[in-house]
Design a protein around this ligand. Structure first.
Ligand SMILES: [Cu+2]
Length: 109
């Protein structure tokens, strides 16, 4: 009987490994020289996007695009803040301090 109970357990572990692989990803965007390091980024629903500040001054990443509006507040060099995107859509991401900073984020299923 012992060997028969081992098999379903193994299958369960394999299933866990599979669903784990499909789990939300984390993407890193760097802010340097008053610019995002990419102009556009495509992610999946549930993914997290982290914005790292590599400038010697603060940035304030935000978006007014619904349903993904958010405001990370100001933060200094070396710090990163992240946002999880739970809805599909195209979101324009900006910096409240540097209006020339723009990133177009596309979130799909
Ligand atoms: Cu900025």
């Amino acid at each position: 009987m012992k060997t028969h109970t081992t098999l379903p357990t193994l299958a369960g572990l394999l299933l866990l490994a599979f669903t784990g692989g499909a789990a939300a990803a984390e993407h890193m965007v760097t802010q340097k020289n008053k610019a995002f390091d990419k102009a556009a980024l495509a992610v999946k629903v549930g993914d997290k996007v982290s914005f790292k500040n590599e400038d010697p001054f603060v940035h304030n990443v935000f978006s007014l695009t619904e349903p993904g509006s958010f405001d990370l507040g100001t933060y200094a060099q070396g710090q990163a803040k992240g946002q999880v995107f739970a809805k599909e859509g195209k979101f324009e991401i900006e910096c409240a301090i540097h209006p020339e900073m723009k990133l177009l984020l596309t979130v799909t299923k």
